[in-house]
Every structure is written in C-alpha cells, then in structure tokens.
Design a binder for this molecule. Sequence first.
Ligand code: FES
Length: 172
Amino acid sequence: NLTEEKQLLAMDEEKQPTGGLHFVGKKDELIKAKRCVRPVEDRDVLIIHARGRFFALDSHCYHAGGELLNGDIEEINGRLCMVCPRHKYKICVADGEGLYTATDTNENPPVKKWYSYGVKQRTHLVKEINGDVFVKLSRYPGWLESDFYQGERGKVERVKAAEAAKKKSSKS
Ligand code: FES
C-alpha cells in the first residue's frame, strides 16, 4: 500500500540523504585549498576552485594516468584547462574535452590552431548547499578513457607510473 511505499522511499532517502550527492568539504576550505582530491564512491575526484566556481573531474589523466592534482591551469580559447604534468595534455575542466594544437595548412600562411580530441576525461556535478559542497558522479556517456585509471587495473598502473616518475626526477 501507499504508506508502506512511502516508508520504503523514506528509508531509501535515509541511506542516501542527498540524492546521490556526496559531501566533499566545506565551501570555504575548498576555496582556500584551490584543489584537492576526494574519494567519492569508487573514484578519486579532483575538485578545483577557479574563476569563482567549482569543477570536479577524475583525478588521473586519461592519457597515461598522470596525477592532475599538480597540473597547471591555463585558459585556452576562453576555456579553463588542466595541463597534465606528465606529457602536458590539455583537458577542459568543465567538460573533459581533450585539446591539442596543429597547423592548419589551408590558411596562408599556415597557422597553429586548437582542435579537440572529444571528451576524454570524466567530469562530475558539483553543487554547493548552504556552505557545504557535494559531488554527484557522472556515469554518462558510457565509457570514457579516464575511466580506466579509476578501475582496479588502472589504479595499479597509476602507482607504477608515479613510481617511474619519481625515479626519473630523482635521477635528474
Ligand atoms: S599522462 Fe597526462 S599527458 Fe600523459
């Protein structure tokens, strides 16, 4: 009956009081930190505060698992992009699009232009409610390349890549 249904719904809501939103920190603290990584369900999510707003994306680069936490942020064609510290790939923080430059030889003289690889990095919804910040994971649209580095095998690869990078930097 209806009451029972409502009770079940209420119980469900109790388990997930924020409707899929996960608390990731206080707004003030996250703004001060500018960027941080938080575990959300099965993923590590990088939360960035830049240009007055929050962004959330998978913490490791879609290309080879580089740690985006330490990347620079650049504006490319009016879009904020994370520059992966490993091989300098550019990723739009708002939608996860991978950007690259190439020379357009149709122009005379040829000019360098920005092009898109398409969406490669998974981005997530960030919401602020009364000074608290929440992330809701995006599962859309199916498989994205950054998903690999959030799975079991990819997490092992991440550790290997970080160790290799450490060795390389201690040699130089
Ligand atoms: S791992 Fe990010 S650019 Fe290669």
